[in-house]
Design a protein around this ligand. Structure first.
Ligand code: KG4
Ligand code: ZN
Length: 345
């Protein structure tokens, strides 16, 4: 197969992002990646959907043009357009999707709608082309917590997911409880580095129960400890540390269990929470001598269009495309998901 150039577009939440990937056969090389994070939501302590879509509308054109210019690629040189179709905020998704449809239609190029979580799964490939299924994947973001056995690209065995809060959501809520700016995940990790472990005995919810996750009880335990604190300023770092140790313990225990039970020799962590270095280090330690742990750099783990172009480019390469009836969706299982559990979340 010859060279193919794929434009990726991601607008599922509060990042407007575009990227250009060049595929030589199945090998993807990143040519450009532009990520514009919307600051406005900080004022409100959470993403305001209506404001997010308005911001995307303002920025999508310049972001796409900048990605093309940085890659030195003209519209006519593109071989396909990959865009996040969901899950995400419908208004935000619509902006990226309509822009992608317009470009694809105008240029007469194929369009492929990508599932956001499949994008997160592909992210590490951009830095480590040797990464190939089978491997166990822990996908931890602001909206999802999933443990998968990736049998091959496009065939994902769902081992378990969260029953309530996502891991990133738990980090963000604890960040808010500790007075940190939203989204608090990275700040909780930073604060935890200066904390002393072992002062607060936080629960490890469902740690013994297979692959199902639950984090709302842990968040409530932190809330109680915050309320009981006589000097929150002095306790903040220790609270962050014990919360982080508890959530990492649960994530690592279940991922390690999956690697052993499925007999895999590679584990990957993806999604925004994969930026957490303590999590990656703890998993690498637990799997030492058994499996290698693959984690992309933070820029590719938080929401970005490069991962969408990678997953979309792979699907286009096997002859798939979406057509112009493609609609955005706020929730849907990963394409190619097998063995889905009867778990709500
Ligand atoms: O994948 P992502 O960028 O967006 C979603 O698809 O949700 O993930 C964002 C989430 C947020 O909850 C954020 O607080 C969390 O990832 N996050 C972290 C860290 N960096 C980002 N959580 C823990 N530790 C971090 N260093
Ligand atoms: Zn994401």
């Amino acid at each position: 197969m010859a060279t193919r150039r794929i434009l990726g577009i991601e607008t599922s939440c509060d990042e407007t992002s575009a990227a250009v990937l060049r595929f030589e056969d199945e090998q993807a090389a990143l040519q450009s990646l532009v990520i514009l994070s919307q600051d406005i939501h900080r004022v409100f302590g959470g993403v305001v959907p209506e404001l997010a879509s308005r911001e995307h509308l303002r920025t999508i054109g310049p972001v796409v043009e900048r990605a093309l210019a940085e890659a030195g690629v003209g519209h006519s040189q593109l071989d396909g357009i990959a865009v996040t179709a969901g899950p995400g905020l419908i208004g935000s998704l619509l902006v990226g999707l309509m822009y992608a449809k317009g470009l694809a239609y105008g240029l007469g190029k194929p369009l492929i709608g990508v599932h956001h979580l499949e994008g997160h799964l592909f992210a590490p490939v951009l830095e480590d082309p040797t990464l190939r299924p089978p491997f166990v994947a822990l996908l931890v973001s602001g909206g999802h917590t999933l443990l998968l056995d990736v049998e091959e690209w496009g065939r994902y065995h769902l081992l378990g997911e969260t029953q309530d809060d996502a891991a990133g959501e738990a980090f963000d809520k604890v960040g808010t409880l500790l007075g940190l700016e939203y989204p608090g995940g990275a700040r909780v990790e930073q604060l935890a580095r200066t904390g002393t472990p072992g002062r607060f005995d936080f629960p490890r919810p469902m740690i013994r129960d297979g692959y199902v996750f639950s984090f709302s009880g842990l968040k409530t335990a932190v809330l109680r400890a915050v309320r009981a604190s006589a000097n929150l300023e002095a306790d903040r770092a220790d609270l962050a540390r014990d919360f982080q140790d508890a959530i990492i313990d649960v994530l690592v225990t279940k991922t390690t269990r999956a690697v052993r039970e499925r007999g895999r020799t590679t584990a990957m962590i993806g999604g925004g929470v994969a930026c957490n270095q303590a999590l990656a280090a703890a998993l690498a330690h637990a799997l030492q001598g058994e499996a290698r742990v693959v984690v992309a750099t933070p820029r590719l783990n938080t929401d970005n269009a490069a991962m969408i172009a990678a997953a979309g480019g792979w699907r286009l390469g096997r002859g798939e495309h979406s057509g112009f009836r493609l609609e955005p969706f706020d929730a849907a299982p990963l394409p190619g998901l097998v063995g889905a559990l009867a778990v709500s979340g």
